[in-house]
Design a binder for this molecule. Sequence first.
Ligand SMILES: Nc1ncnc2c1ncn2[C@@H]1O[C@H](COP(=O)(O)OP(=O)(O)O)[C@@H](O)[C@H]1O
Ligand SMILES: [Mg+2]
Length: 252
Amino acid sequence: MIELRGVSKTFEGPDGSAVHAVRDVDLQVADGETVCLIGTSGCGKTTTMKMINRLVEPTAGEVLVGGRRVEDLDVIELRRSIGYVIQSGGLFPHLSVARNVGVLCELEGWSKARTRARVDELLELVNLPPAEFRRRHPGELSGGQRQRVGVARALALDPDHVLMDEPFGALDPMTRADIHREFVALEERVKKTIVLVTHDMGEAFALGDRVALMDRGRIVQVGTEEDFRDRPVSGFVERFLAQHLESVGDGT
Ligand SMILES: Nc1ncnc2c1ncn2[C@@H]1O[C@H](COP(=O)(O)OP(=O)(O)O)[C@@H](O)[C@H]1O
Ligand SMILES: [Mg+2]
C-alpha cells in the first residue's frame, strides 16, 4: 500500500519566488491496485510520484509505503522495494538489453547465472524473446520494445510497488494499444501496487483501477471511470473530460 497524507511540495522558482508544485495531497493506493495520476503539464504529477521514492522530499505531510513512513526507511531499501519506469525507458544506450534489465541484480551482487536466468524470465514476461533480444542495444529497438525493456528492468527485483512516469507517452497509438493490452495482462500476473502518470485520459481509464485528476498541485477528483463520467465533482473535471474524451477508446 502507498499512502500520501497532506503532502505538499514547494520549490523555489528561478526568481526566488515559491512554486507550489503539490498542495495538500491525500491519496491511498491499495495493495495490488493501479492508480493513474493525470492532469495537464506542470500540475504536479511527477513531483507527487518522486515523493514516494524520495527523489523529492515533501515540504509538508507524510508518505507511507507498506505502512511505514518513507523518511524512516533506508533510502536504498525503499528504492529496492519500488520499481521505477520513466518516459523513453531511461535505458543505458551503451549496454545490451540483458545488462540493462539485469543492472539492479548486478548491483545486488547476484551471480551471473542467477542474473541471466532472471533477465530471461523478465524478457519473456514482457514479450521480448530472450534469444532474439538479449544481446541487442537500445538503439536497435523500437520505441515500444525500449519501453518493454524499461518495464522489465523495473520488475527485476520483484518490487511490491511500481511507479511509472508517462511510460507510454512517446509511443504511436497502435503500439500504445498493444502495450496497454500487454500491461493489463502483465498486471494480472504480477499483481503490483502501481502509480502511473499519464496525460492521456483513455490510457488512465484503460490502465487504472482508479484515476486521480490533478490541477495546479491539488487532486481534484479520485475515482473510477464511472465516477468521472457519472459524477464529475466540478466544472473543471467536466471540461477536462470533455476535452480529453476524444482520446478515450471505444467506450467499451
Ligand atoms: N526541481 C524543481 N525546482 C523548481 N521547480 C520545479 C522543480 N520540479 C518541478 N518544478 C515545478 O513544479 C511544478 C510541477 O512540476 P511537475 O511535478 O514536473 O509537473 P507534471 O509532472 O505534472 O508535468 C511545475 O511548475 C514545475 O516547473
Ligand atoms: Mg511530469
